[in-house]
Design a protein around this ligand. Sequence first.
Ligand code: NAD
Ligand code: MG
Length: 405
Amino acid sequence: MQKRLTLLGSTGSIGDSTLDVVARHPDRFSVYALTAHRNGDKLIAQCLRFTPEVAVVGDADTAARVAAALKAEGCKTEVNYGVDALVDVARASQCDTVVAAIVGAAGLAPTLAAARAGKRILLANKEALVMSGQIFMDAVRDNGAVLLPVDSEHNAVFQCLPPCADKEAKLHDGVSKIILTASGGPFRTCEPSTLVDMTADEACKHPNWAMGRKISVDSATMMNKGLEVIEAHWLFELPGSRIEVLIHPQSVIHSMVSYADGSVLAQLGNPDMRTPIAHALAFPDRVDSGVAPLDLAQIAQLTFEKPDFKRFPCLALAIQALESSGIAGAALNAANEIAVEAFLARRIGFMAIGEVVERVLNALPNRSAAALDDVLAADARARCLASGFVKELIASAPGVQPIAH
Ligand code: NAD
Ligand code: MG
């Protein structure tokens, strides 16, 4: 049966890769809704090509502009805007599959709505899960939703785990640990003293992957891997002590599962998000993703090293937040979003990202995250604290020239 998709965040990097795979298989996939924030021009082009029933943008002006452009081309896509409209397309009965590819906390409301509506969810938006952890997983379980990881590491782990036929069975008998690989980002080998002067463009020059700017900076600080440790904890129900991070600069092994009998299963492939996206879209089938076959003889060498927590304090902070549990994940994520935004706007330096996150985690008393309101309150409080720390840092380092948003 053809799958009908809502693609949240269609104008981003994951959105692009998803539509590329979808376009290869018009018999298997069709598009019910596409959503963007401000990039109206790109959304218009996507709507003309994929003719969704609904398109959603962030504000009324963009909606009016997109609607007028589509009407002029004879395209019947309905254009809405705002968070409620995002939630509507995520839970609409006309779609069965939701690709969660909005960046950051903004993705939480529609992704959670998709879980509550029992959808098949292809999760790229790790921040939503890091924030809401147990609440999100409970919503998936209680409403019969299906959660398929798109993040390449988690998709790799998912592929290396035994199929779980009996939902009541212990999920991972025999799994001793999972090993999340990490490229180490663009600053893996640079002289540590040069890190303070690294610019946004340098941080976004990832050696292996082309991604949005926020996740690129997260890769440079290795906060991305920290968020992924928390993501793995929730997805695979494993404690942090059984989730290892291993630097693998070639990004060919996307992650591994280590079993009690000494077997280690790995998933390999070229670093191209179309592979995990195609896997999750077609699961349990396998379809062409457009990714070139892996040529190991040409790659010749796969190397590994332990992460350097001193160079990458954000990785340690994320692991600490997982150990703290409660609202710490939401606080970590919110503080990081504010700090990364300030770094991308050239308001603070690269090393200040970890500093802001650490100060927020220390300043915010931890408490349980039993209800969504707890999570949202922690998110708001952490953003407020982080913005204050950013201002303090700017005041203490005059001369840094901010750029306009
Ligand atoms: P991106 O910046 O390229 O795209 C983000 C998308 O979210 C865009 O469509 C944008 O319009 C939308 N968006 C941004 N702010 C929004 C808001 N406030 N409300 C509604 N929509 C909003 O990001 P990306 O690289 O595609 O990453 C998307 C998500 O996937 C992130 O959570 C990231 O961590 C995760 N992810 C990305 C990759 C990758 O290779 N790019 C890999 C693994 C996981
Ligand atoms: Mg990843």
